[in-house]
Design a protein around this ligand. Structure first.
Ligand code: ZN
Length: 283
């Protein structure tokens, strides 16, 4: 039985929220500078991620990568690592705390402790018009972790499904590093859900998804602040309008293109240093 509310319950609920991490002291990316880098960059590679599969790709420091919807509405689950130190990887939770639940142009993908620095910056997003809909849904979330066979096993009464994003990313990174899948699995982390439309229901606070507004030709482009190893899964949920963790949904490939910026275009730009905290923790 829930407890009965105190006499001042309404007053307590009426207290206005404060932003946990006001972003006025967060270093801002110089998007005009990145646009000049992009104008000088040329394409060096492309990878097609087949439906219900994952693929890895590498991006040189100060290069760019673009994820494009090519054949039909499709959601992608993105993992990022420092290509020179795979322990430094994308930290979805702190990125969410700093930029909010959904990302778009100018937002950055931050790395985990103790590095905590920008790994990538979103420089263009053709879905930036979407904003938040009447249900509270937005695009490109950092709230949804990734679909995985363990949660599916738990909720389905013991069903085995091997093409959840967690498994697709595991196979992709295993193929890239040469590790066994059981070892490579530990490298997979909470994702940025590219093109996915999600939110929390207003009444019960439950995580929801709805048909992605992405259409063929839409893309999101990222600037590599450090050398990156990336992996992308074309989610078995397809556009995530109804279901995931099965072969039921219509699924389409995703295109990843990589661009390199010539050194002479960079001027005095430098990769962000690792976080300056001294790690003594008061000991
Ligand atoms: Zn998925």
């Amino acid at each position: 039985m829930p407890h009965s509310p105190p006499p001042d319950a309404d007053a307590r609920r009426a207290v206005a929220p404060v932003i946990c991490y006001p972003d006025d002291t967060l270093p801002r990316p110089d998007l005009a500078l990145y646009a000049r880098f992009r104008a000088a960059a040329w394409k060096t590679d492309e990878v097609i991620v087949p439906p219900r599969e994952g693929r890895a790709f590498r991006v040189p420091v100060c290069g760019f990568f673009r994820i494009t919807c090519v054949e039909g509405p499709q959601v992608g689950d993105l993992n990022l690592w420092n290509a020179e130190n795979l322990s430094e990887r994308f930290y979805s939770g702190k990125t969410r705390a700093l930029h909010g639940t959904h990302l778009s142009t100018g937002d950055r993908l931050w790395s985990c402790f103790p590095w905590l620095r920008p790994m990538a910056t979103i420089t263009e997003d053709t879905l930036d018009w979407y904003g938040f809909d009447a249900f509270g849904g937005g695009v490109h979330d950092v709230i949804g972790t990734r679909c995985d066979p363990y949660t599916h096993y738990l909720l389905s009464g013991g069903e085995m499904y091997h093409h959840c994003c967690h498994s697709n990313l595991t196979r992709a990174i295993a193929a890239e590093t040469g590790e066994d899948v059981r070892a490579a699995e530990f490298r997979v982390h909470d994702v940025m859900n590219v093109f996915m439309c999600t939110g929390f229901t207003r009444d019960t606070g439950q995580y929801f998804m709805k048909a992605s507004p992405v259409r063929p030709g839409d893309f999101t482009e990222f600037f590599a602040e450090i050398p990156l190893l990336g992996a992308l899964s074309a989610c078995p949920g397809g556009d995530c309008s109804a279901t995931h963790s099965s072969d039921e949904a219509a699924c389409f490939p995703l295109l990843v293109e990589v661009f390199a910026t010539p050194a002479e275009a960079l001027g005095d730009w430098a990769s962000p240093p690792v976080n300056g905290y001294d790690r003594s923790h008061g000991a």
